[in-house]
Design a protein around this ligand. Structure first.
Ligand SMILES: Nc1ncnc2c1ncn2[C@@H]1O[C@H](COP(=O)(O)OP(=O)(O)O)[C@@H](O)[C@H]1O
Ligand SMILES: [Mg+2]
Length: 476
């Protein structure tokens, strides 16, 4: 039978907890001080500790920090004030969650049920190498998995950072799936893709007649995600005045529809993401500092794919297996192909790898896919340097290689260099480079942004401004 230790100076609340825990078929011990707790831990190692932060002979944190080896994997900190700082500190120090007193019996039961089953969906021995839908076993990814696991069972706001294509949305989904909200909606909003005029009503909803065109009442994402998780992607692209409103929901759990003065309760777990460095976005005035601190309670940083090269074969094999299943024909990578993956820097990260694998599957004629079907670093450097002498057989079909395929696709206007005469402004130079790269990338905007080293959002903004100024850019 599993053993639970309750460390609480308050006799009433300790007794209540003891009753709850015992009723769930656990053995239970109670301690009223740190000294008592240390003794109890030596007597019988608990699988779970409910630990009060304020004890007569010290702070619950002392126990957390002093002897990690002897502590159980699961520890829930109980605090009497809802101070975010102490909660965050508890999580950072290894607590799996925190409870604010007075304690809700249903939350306690939730923890205990997790302890009984000890269900960890990612620990399926027959399928190694992944955590839920996330593949990869590199050290930085293992750290990400640990962070996800730690934060998922709480309702704390999560901020996911990382370059485009590193898996930020997948992290948000995984947090949702491992949380008690998993049977409720998961909604993703790209704050950079919604027009600034509509974004407030999309997020918070509006009342009928609140603005021209608001013909009926509309529920925003905060209402539609009720009970579930709201993923705010590209959160730095949210207009600043709306960030104030976001801050209010995050702080008070309440919001108002556009055109209404009635505040509503938001039962939503927020996961936000950005491919910018958030501190930099704050410095540039794109992200309000107070919103940043509020979102950054629990940051998860996704490393670029080039910093976890050891995951490449596993990811590539996984994506290939997916296409094979879809297309109904089995193919596999040669060893040389798998080895070659690490020679390419993957500026578009996992998304680019997935696309490259799909392309290789389509292009390779035989059952074995050799290295010639995969991108190499030259594709990027030659593009930048303006010399693109790659063997022709690799460039069959417009999709074969993305950037360089323009040549064999018969694009006579193929441009691999941009000449900028002195006298041009930075803006003009930038525009020329963007247009040339866009053309070279066959108008695939994601790839273009990756090659240019800018966010997709920035690319969209530039293109929009060219269009607005009537400076024609074809094929948008
Ligand atoms: N670790 C991973 N394992 C498997 N697939 C992944 C992984 N990371 C990302 N992907 C896949 O790569 C693509 C891009 O991921 P996404 O979460 O949309 O990235 P981001 O939001 O950072 O741009 C998606 O198809 C996603 O499923
Ligand atoms: Mg994304």
């Amino acid at each position: 039978m599993d053993h639970v230790l309750i460390v609480d100076a308050d006799i009433d609340s300790a007794t209540m907890l003891r009753g709850l825990v015992a009723s769930q078929q656990f053995s239970v011990a109670v301690a009223h001080s740190l000294r008592d707790a240390r003794r109890q831990i030596i007597l019988q190692t608990p699988q779970l500790i409910f630990l009060d932060s304020m004890l007569p002979d010290g702070n619950g944190f002392d126990l957390l920090s002093e002897n990690e080896a002897r502590l159980p994997p699961k520890l829930v900190l109980m605090t009497s004030n809802a101070s975010l700082d102490s909660a965050v500190e508890a999580l950072r120090m290894g607590a799996m969650d925190y409870l604010v007193k007075p304690i809700s019996p249903s939350r306690v039961e939730f923890f205990l049920s997790g302890l009984h089953g000890d269900k960890k969906p990612h620990e399926e021995p027959e399928k190694p190498g992944r955590f839920g839908k996330m593949w990869g076993t590199s050290a930085p990814m293992k750290k990400v998995y640990e962070q996800i696991e730690r934060v998922a069972t709480t309702s704390i706001t999560v901020l996911v950072t990382g370059e485009s294509g590193t898996g930020k949305e997948l992290v948000a989904q995984t947090v949702h799936e491992l949380s008690s909200r998993k049977d409720m909606p998961f909604l993703a909003v790209n704050c950079g893709a919604i027009s600034p005029n509509l974004i407030e009503s999309e997020i918070f909803g509006h009342e009928k007649g609140s603005f021209t065109g608001a013909e009926r009442q509309h529920q925003g994402f905060f209402e539609r995600a009720a009970g579930g998780t709201l993923f705010l992607d590209e959160v730095t692209e949210m207009p600043l005045d709306l960030q104030v409103k976001l801050l209010r929901v995050l702080e008070t759990g309440r919001f108002m529809r556009v055109g209404s003065t009635q505040s509503r309760q938001a039962d939503v777990r927020v996961v936000a993401a950005t491919n910018r460095v958030p501190e930099q976005a704050v410095a540039e005035g794109k992200l309000r500092e107070d919103v940043f601190y509020r979102l950054n309670v629990f940051p998860i940083e996704l490393p670029p794919l080039r910093d976890r090269l050891s995951d490449l074969p596993l990811l590539a094999t996984h994506f290939l297996r997916d296409v094979c299943e879809q297309e109904g024909r089995a193919k596999e990578f040669s060893e040389a192909a798998l080895n070659q993956l690490s020679l390419y820097p993957w500026p578009g990260n996992v998304r680019e790898l997935r696309n490259a694998v799909q392309r290789a599957y389509v292009m390779a004629p035989g059952q074995l896919i050799g290295p010639e079907w995969l991108p190499v670093a030259d594709d990027l450097t030659s593009l930048k340097a303006g010399e693109s002498q790659r063997p022709l057989e690799r460039r069959q079909g417009p999709e074969a290689l993305g950037v360089l395929s323009a040549q064999s696709a018969g694009n006579t206007e193929n441009v691999t260099e941009v000449h900028v005469p002195i006298g041009f402004t930075m803006d003009q130079a930038e525009k020329m480079l963007i247009q040339a790269t866009l053309k070279q990338c066959l108008y695939q905007k994601e790839r273009t942004a990756a090659v240019l080293g800018i966010s997709l959002k920035t690319l969209y903004n530039r293109l929009k401004s060219y269009r607005a100024n009537n400076e024609g850019v074809e094929k948008l």
